[in-house]
Design a protein around this ligand. Structure first.
Ligand code: ATP
Length: 371
């Protein structure tokens, strides 16, 4: 069984005003977040956003320039890594090269002198190996493992501990699609059962939405938004956030608002779209110049009676879905996700409609959500 004694004293992690510079690079700026026991926080952002830096500071492996880290109400900012009871699984694995897989996985328990738990009878060891599909590798040295196998050994080493906080830095990003799919669910299940407050970092927006109870979006060292997966997906606070989700990502089109109360529309060189009643209510300035709209590829529908037109640029088939790329008259590119095969040839005219309810509005200067 993977379930440790439930610790009623757990309060979880709280991070306040963390900042870190590396020379000219502001790796982290004023970052704040919290994770409760039993909660998985998905930390999502593109490469270089600051995910690893944040995890390393929490683990005590990198010193912050400013800010604090508390676990269970205790400020641990000054504690050395070994005394924090925080488990961090690195994207770079960090396995001991001279130890076998078994010894690597058990090394954190050994380091804390918990010898009685060593060996194959220790908590969850066999089940962990079997779930991660590494049982047959236990006597090997890391040099004899593939990248994906090393990643799973590093994951086992993090999961076997009984930490006050568990951090998985891109835990499944180097695995093939099938194993990634399986382990995403299995790891998520283990985290739920064990109730450790956990951080799961990933560059993949959809992975974040599926594993996180809460999602924190980080970009250029700043936390852009924290919320439930639904909040983040349905109300992205900025274009940077919106672009991380959706496959393919949301279409962003520049234009302006025009019209009077109750009749405001988005206008670009090639589109004129009436806003939904909800957006009509929410938008303050109905003649605002310089805005962006965001529209998800699933909210655009190819239709022979469609109001809008463009020319077919490319078609990609992904199993049951097709990604149809259309070029509008002003050169703007729009991606449409559809289940219907596209029989037209490249360059043909494509007619389509856009669901007014699927529109997002963003400020043209800062990219922040308008409504
Ligand atoms: P990835 O998904 O690629 O791992 P990340 O979100 O984890 O990216 P970080 O590794 O935290 O990003 O890096 C944040 C920024 O800080 C990057 O611009 C990176 O180049 C820089 N950086 C990180 N560590 C160092 C270091 N030790 N020295 C100099 N710059 C660093």
């Amino acid at each position: 069984q993977l379930v440790p004694d439930y610790q009623t004293s757990w309060q979880g992690l709280s991070v306040a005003a963390l900042s870190k510079r590396f020379g000219d690079v502001e790796a982290l700026r004023d970052a704040a977040l919290s994770v409760k026991p039993g909660e998985v926080l998905a930390l999502v952002g593109p490469s270089g956003a600051g995910k690893t830096t944040l995890c390393r500071i929490i683990a005590g492996l990198t010193d912050a320039d400013a800010g604090s880290v508390s676990i269970d109400g205790e400020d641990i900012s000054g504690l050395p890594p070994g005394l924090r009871r925080v488990a961090l699984m690195f994207e770079s694995y960090a396995l001991y090269p001279h130890l076998t897989v078994r010894e690597n996985i058990l090394s954190p328990l050994r380091a804390r002198g918990r010898n009685r738990e060593l060996g194959s009878s220790s908590i969850g060891f066999d089940e962990l190996l079997s779930v991660l599909e590494i049982s047959h590798l236990v006597e090997r040295l890391p040099v004899a493992l593939s990248g994906g196998q090393k990643q799973r050994v590093a994951l086992a080493r993090a999961l076997i501990q009984d930490p006050r906080l568990l951090m998985l830095d891109e835990p499944i990003s180097h695995l093939d699609a099938k194993l990634r799919h399986k382990l995403r669910g299995e790891i998520r299940r283990m985290l739920s059962v064990r109730q450790h407050p956990s951080i799961w970092s990933t560059p993949d927006g959809l992975e974040a939405l599926s594993v996180g109870d809460k999602v924190a979006v980080i970009h250029s060292g700043r936390i852009e938004q924290i919320g439930t997966p639904e909040e983040i997906f349905q109300h992205p606070a900025s274009i940077k956030v919106a672009r991380l989700f959706g496959d393919p990502p949301i279409n962003i089109i520049r234009g302006e608002l025009s019209g009077e109360a109750g009749k405001a529309a988005f206008v670009s060189a090639s589109l004129k779209l009436e806003l939904s009643p909800l957006l009509q209510e929410l938008v303050q300035d109905r003649t605002r110049k310089n805005i962006y709209i965001g529209v998800n590829p699933t909210d655009i529908h190819i239709n022979s009676n469609g109001k809008f037109s463009g020319s077919l640029y490319s078609v990609e088939a992904f199993g049951k879905n097709y990604i149809v790329t259309v070029q509008l008259s002003d050169g703007e590119i729009v991606k449409i996700k559809t289940k219907d095969p596209m029989e037209k040839s490249i360059g043909s005219e494509i007619l389509f409609n856009i669901s007014p309810a699927g529109l997002f509005l963003f400020d043209g200067e800062h990219g922040t959500a308008l409504a």
